[in-house]
Design a protein around this ligand. Structure first.
Ligand code: ADP
Ligand code: ASP
Ligand code: MG
Length: 437
C-alpha cells in the first residue's frame, strides 16, 4: 500500500481539497497523510502566543477569525446540507476546545494540544468530503499510533504495532486518512514532530507498513537544484540518492522535513516528490540509485553559530577533541560542521539555547571565539574524491564571497561552506551560475 502525503497548500482551500480527492480516488488502496490547511499552524502558534502572554482577548479574536475561515471553506466544500452541518459541528467542537484555554494556566503542554488542532480539522473535513462523494474512506487517528520516546525519537516498534491495530479495526477500506505532524510523547501527552513534520509522519508510516512507495505531494514539481525562494530559474532534479536527499533536507531544502528521509532509507522505500498543481510532472524520485558524476543541488541552512576553540597543542594533546565533543554532548547540543587544524578546531551549531554554558566550559580548553548570523551552504551530488575538480567548481563559484569554514569528505555526497548570512542570496546565485548553467 502506498502512502501519500499532502502538504498545507495542497489542502489549503475547498478547491484544492477537491483536486486532492480527484487525485487519490483511483481504485488503489492507500494511506493519505494530511497537513493542516496552509496558514493554520502559524495561526495556532499566534493564538498560543496570546495565551502565553495572558491576552485572552487577543487569542479569542484570532480564534474567531480562524473559525470563520473554516466555516467559509465548508460552504464551498460540500454540496449537501447534511455534510455541511456535520462538518460544522466537528469544527465547532475543535474551536470550543481552543477557547477553553482562556480559562487555564498556559504551558508548553497546552500549546502542543493547540498546535494539534490543525491536522485534526483538515483530516476530519476531508474524510467527510470523501464520504459525501460516496468514497470508501476511513480515519486513522494519529494520536492512537504515532509516538515519540523520551529522547523525542520515533518509537518505531510502537508505531508499527499500533498502526497495524488501527488498520485492522477498519480493514479493507479503500482510503485511510490520517494526520501528519501530531503524535503522543513518552508520557502519553499530545506532542508533535516539529514544524514541517507531516513529511516525517508519512515516512514513519511508510516504514511501519513496509510501503512500496511514499509520495510527498506539495506545491512544486520536486526538489529543485537550488532554493527557488532565493534563486530564479531553478530546475527540478529528477533522481536523488537517499543520502543526497537527506543532506539537502537537513541543510535547509524546505520541501522536506530535515529527518524524514531516514525511515524510508532504512527500509529502502522510494520517496517521490510530486506537485499537486501539476500531477503529471515527473517530480523527484529518491531511492538507492545515484546519478553518477553529477552535482545535483544546493541548499542553505540558516541561523548557524560558529565556535572556534584554539589551543596551543591540540594535535599533540590526545583526547582534546573528545573533551570538546563531551561539552557539547553534556548540553544536548549537536554539531553540524567541523574543521580542524594543528592549533584549533571550529564547529557549528544551530541550537544556541545552552551557548553560554558551552562557551564557559570550552574556555577551560583554550581561547574561544563565537560568530553568529552564519549560514551553511551545502552542495550535494556524486562527489567522491575520484571525481577530480568537483569541489573546485563549488569553491570557484564562491570566489568573491568570504568563507569561514569548508567541509568535504565526510560523505561522498556533499561539500559544505560556512558563510555570513548576508551573503546567502549572492552565494546561492553564484553556485547556480557555476554549477548548473
Ligand atoms: P508543504 O506545505 O507541502 O509541506 P513546504 O512549504 O513545506 O510545502 O515545502 C515546499 C516549498 O519548499 C516550496 O514551495 C519551495 O518554496 C520550498 N523549497 C525550498 N527549497 C526547495 C528546493 N530545493 N526545491 C523545491 N522546493 C524548495
Ligand atoms: N502543519 C504543520 C506545520 O505547518 C506540519 C506540516 O505542515 O508539515 O508545520
Ligand atoms: Mg512542508
Amino acid at each position: 500500500m502506498k502512502v501519500l502525503k499532502f502538504g498545507g497548500t495542497s489542502v489549503g482551500s475547498a478547491a484544492r481539497m477537491k483536486d486532492v480527492a480527484k487525485l487519490i480516488c483511483d481504485g488503489e488502496q492507500k494511506i493519505v497523510v494530511l497537513s493542516a490547511m496552509s496558514g493554520t499552524t502559524n495561526s495556532l502558534v499566534e493564538i498560543s502566543d496570546y495565551f502565553y502572554k495572558n491576552n485572552s482577548a487577543g487569542a479569542l479574536e484570532r480564534i474567531n477569525a480562524l473559525e470563520q475561515k473554516y466555516f467559509d471553506v465548508i460552504e464551498d466544500l460540500y454540496s449537501t446540507e447534511k455534510y455541511k452541518n456535520e462538518s460544522k459541528a466537528i469544527i465547532k467542537t475543535h474551536f470550543e476546545y481552543l477557547r477553553s484555554f482562556s480559562k487555564s494556566v498556559f504551558t508548553l503542554f497546552e500549546e502542543k494540544a493547540i498546535l494539534a488542532q490543525g491536522e485534526l480539522l483538515s483530516t476530519n473535513m476531508f474524510h467527510l468530503y470523501l464520504l459525501e462523494k460516496g468514497e470508501d474512506s476511513a480515519l486513522l487517528p494519529a494520536l492512537d499510533y504515532m509516538r515519540i520516546d523520551k529522547n523525542s525519537e520515533p518509537d518505531t516498534a510502537f508505531i508499527a504495532e499500533n498502526l497495524e491495530k488501527q488498520l485492522s479495526l477498519q480493514a479493507d477500506k479503500m482510503i485511510y486518512i490520517t494526520q501528519g505532524y501530531i503524535c503522543r510523547n513518552f508520557y502519553g501527552e499530545i506532542d508533535n514532530l516539529q514544524r514541517g513534520g507531516s513529511d516525517y509522519s508519512a515516512s514513519l508510516i511508510g516504514a511501519a507498513i513496509k510501503s512500496e512507495e511514499i509520495q510527498i505531494w506539495t506545491d512544486i514539481d520536486g526538489m529543485h537544484n537550488n532554493d527557488p525562494r532565493f534563486v530564479e530559474g531553478t530546475k527540478p532534479v529528477p533522481y536523488l540518492h537517499f543520502e543526497e536527499a537527506a543532506e539537502l533536507a537537513y541543510f535547509g531544502a524546505k520541501i522536506l522535513h530535515p529527518t524524514c528521509i531516514l525511515p524510508a532509507k532504512l527500509n529502502n522505500i522510494p520517496v517521490r516528490l510530486l506537485n499537486t498543481m501539476e500531477p503529471k510532472a515527473h517530480g523527484t524520485l529518491i531511492s538507492m540509485r545515484s546519478q553518477k558524476g553529477t552535482i545535483q543541488a544546493v541548499a542553505a541552512k540558516d541561523n548557524i553559530t560558529a565556535i572556534k576553540i584554539k589551543s596551543g597543542r591540540m594535535l599533540l594533546a590526545h583526547g582534546f577533541l573528545r573533551k570538546v565533543f563531551e561539552i557539547f554532548e553534556s548540553y544536548q547540543t549537536s554539531i553540524d560542521m567541523i574543521t580542524t587544524s594543528e592549533v584549533g578546531v571550529s564547529v557549528t551549531i544551530d541550537n544556541t539555547k545552552r551557548l553560554d554554558e558551552i562557551v564557559n566550559n570550552l574556555k577551560k580548553l583554550g581561547t574561544v571565539s563565537v560568530d553568529t548570523d552564519m549560514i551553511i551552504i551545502c552542495v550535494v551530488g556524486d562527489l567522491p574524491n575520484e571525481n577530480v575538480g568537483f569541489q573546485a567548481k563549488a569553491v570557484t563559484a564562491l570566489k568573491d564571497i568570504p568563507v569561514r569554514m569548508i567541509s568535504y569528505g565526510g560523505s561522498n555526497y556533499n561539500v559544505s561552506f560556512l558563510i555570513n548570512a548576508e551573503d546567502k542570496k549572492r552565494a546561492l546565485e553564484a553556485l547556480s551560475r557555476e554549477l548548473f548553467n
